[in-house]
Each structure stands twice: as structure tokens, then as C-alpha cells.
Write a protein that binds this ligand. Sequence first.
Ligand code: GLU
Length: 448
Amino acid sequence: MKTAEIMQRLAAKHPGEAEYLQAVEEVLNSIEEVYNQHPEFEKAQIIERMVEPDRIFTFRVTWVDDKGQVQTNLGYRVQFNSAIGPYKGGLRFHKAVTPSMLKFLGFEQTFKNALTTLPMGGGKGGSDFDPVGKSDAEIMRFCQAFMLELWRCIGPDQDIPAGDVGVGGREIGFLNGMYQKLSRQYHTGVLTGKGMTLGGSVLRPEATGFGALYFTQHVLHTAGKDIKGCRVALSGFGNVAWGAAIKATQLGAKVVAISGPDGVCEIKDGITQEMIDYMLVMRASNRNKVQDMADKFPAQAQFTAGKKAWSVKCDIALPCAFQNELSEDDAKELVKNGTWCCCEVSNMGCQPGAIHYFQSQKGFLFAPGKAVNAGGVATSGLEMTQNAEHISWDEKEVDERLHTIMRSIHEQCVTYGKQADGTIDYVKGANIAGFMKVATAMLEQGII
Ligand code: GLU
């Protein structure tokens, strides 16, 4: 296979689907060499089959806002690949959601889930519904209307959605309630990221951030470094950034920046527990303004409008917000300011130019989202196991399992990403490891 030829065909077939094409190209570039060493992959047209989702559901979601006005949004579920297990992946509620965005996320999810060691296929869904400024009652009505359509596409052995940007425990609760009402099925295993009273797993809310920091620790240790005392800049202030801030602080690092669409908060002395707790209040308010942190803690946090977290001096940059949030110019600014490590916590958080720039800097440590943030979906997998067994593990058990999974993901990256000079190309490592598992499973299932 030749990446350029495949990309040309895909771009002609799916014009304007920029994020999807970007995600596919990144994976194909990494795996081309390995793929071409396996004629059986080519014979079974593995790549041609793997880059297209199994199916996409699109539906209209109509609901009534607090003023009594009727609102209409679009809802989607992309069932990408089920070779290694039922479709698994989050729901994103964001005004910019398009089929292209969900296809890129579903494609990434397929490889990420393969890396977790658990039997989960890849899927993603969501809506162009914008939660910003919505009341709790509006969020509830939207979630209920969304589930009126989604419930027929999902099931505990078929497709198990969870949260993503704009969808947290509150939304999952509303979605779960409506699913049970419609299906008259009261099992707990059709959505993950549930609250503890609904059969959720301890540590699931923290898991993406915790897992990311465990992975970052492995990256640092392998390079002979320690996270203790490092300055960490995070983007975003949602669920993922919150978990990352807790664990980074616990491990002795100093979180010196969080950011939002409105700008950045610099926290010179490092984020405190009180401020971390306040991130949850900020998320629940649906205001989407990081300035609220500086207003609440004026002595500790300094807000600058229109700036990104990457303008703050740090050792480690952790993008935790949205795809393509870190550009090549941002990468240059970070390196100029002394940053030597970037672990993507958001899905495809760095633009291709930023990744190339980081990788061109001798000694710079870069790791991609599908490895770094896999602790979230891995803990969703642990939630599914607990639900299936009708039991609930304690924090120690879940944390140990999360540790084991993140260690295994790191080992897979090392196995497939070790370079001749002894350094590790984590992008290559993660992509090849995930690809080999999914491709092998597809081969074993025959042509379907
Ligand atoms: N949305 C998260 C991700 O990007 C979690 C998905 C899940 O738990 O199913 O991996």
C-alpha cells in the first residue's frame, strides 16, 4: 500500500472531512512499512476496510428550551470497527461536531481501545448541541431527546457509549435514565461513566487524567527523568484537565497553567486543591470561561485574555482540551521557553506541524493521545467488567488495574516504536501496536 494513493482516493470520496483525513494519514504514515511486510493484509484489503466505519447513524434531535422554543440539533453514532469487541467510545456534545469529527474520533478510538488490552471495538457519537449557557433542565431535555433515537443503536454487547467533551456524569445519568425507560432493560452496562449510584466505577471521572500522568511518568523514567518539581501547563479546565491536575500535583509536579476558550490562567505557585475543586464548579456552570478561576482566586491565578496555555513557561505541556489545539507556532514557542516534553491528553491535540517540530528537536519527548489518554476508556472497560459481574471494586483495585494497563500500553509503544538510536517514537509505536491487533483480528474473522 502507498499512503499517498490511499489518501488521494479517500479525499476524493470524503471531500471536506479534514479531521478524519488527518487522523487516517497520521496512522497510515506510521504503519506503511510494517503493512507492506505482510502480503496477507494487502490480500484482505485490510486498510481499505479499516479506514471506513462499519456504519453511521444520523438522526434529528428536537427538544424544547426554557423559553418554550423548539430547538433542532443533529445526533450521530459512528460504529467504526468491531473486530476486537463491541463498539466503545464516548459522546461529544459541542457546537462544532460534524460527521468528520466523529469519524476521526471513532477511527482513533479503534486503535486506542486495541492498546488497552481489553476487548473493545471503536465507536464515537455526539451532537452539534452546544451546552454552553444551557440550564440543567435544558441539558436533561436534550439528553432525553437524544436518547429517543440513540437507544435502538446501542446495547451492552453491541455498542457502549460514554462521555467526551460536553458529556460528563450528569449527562450520562440523564441518558441512562431515558435508555432504561425506553428499553425496559435495567442492566447497568449500556453506558459507562455513570455516577456511583447508577453502577459507575470508582475513579472513572479521574481516569483519563490519572492514566495520562501514569503514562507521562513512564515516558520520563524511560528517558531518565523525573516528574517531581516539573512545571506542567494544561489546556482546558474540564474533566480531563481536572484529573490531570490532581495526579500531576500528587506526583510532585506544579500545575502552572489552565486555559479556556477565553484565555489562560497562569498559576505561578502551582494549582491548589481548592482550585482543583473549583474546576468542577466551573464545568457544572456551563459558562466555559477560565477567567472564573482568576476571579475566584485573584491572588494565585492571573488571567490573560486570548492567550493559550502554551504561552506559559513550563517543562511539560499537556493538551487536555480539543483536537488541533496546539499548532506548530505554539510548539516553537514552547520549545523556545524551555519545554522538553508534550504528552497529548486530548484526542489529536497537536497539529501535524507541531508533532513534526517536536520530533525534530533532539531529546524532546512526545507521546500521542491514543496512548496517553487511553486510561479513560480502559477504566470504562473496567466499569463494564464490574457491571457484567454485578460487583464493584474499590479504589485500590481499579487504580492498580489502571496502572497495569498504562504500563502495558507504554511497553507496546516501546516494542513497536524503538528506533536505531535507542529513542522511542511513541507515535509510530502506538499506531503500529494498535494496528497490528485490529488487523490480525480482522484477518482471523475472514472477509466480512
Ligand atoms: N471519550 C473518551 C475517549 O476519547 C472515553 C471513551 C469511553 O470511555 O468509552 O477515549
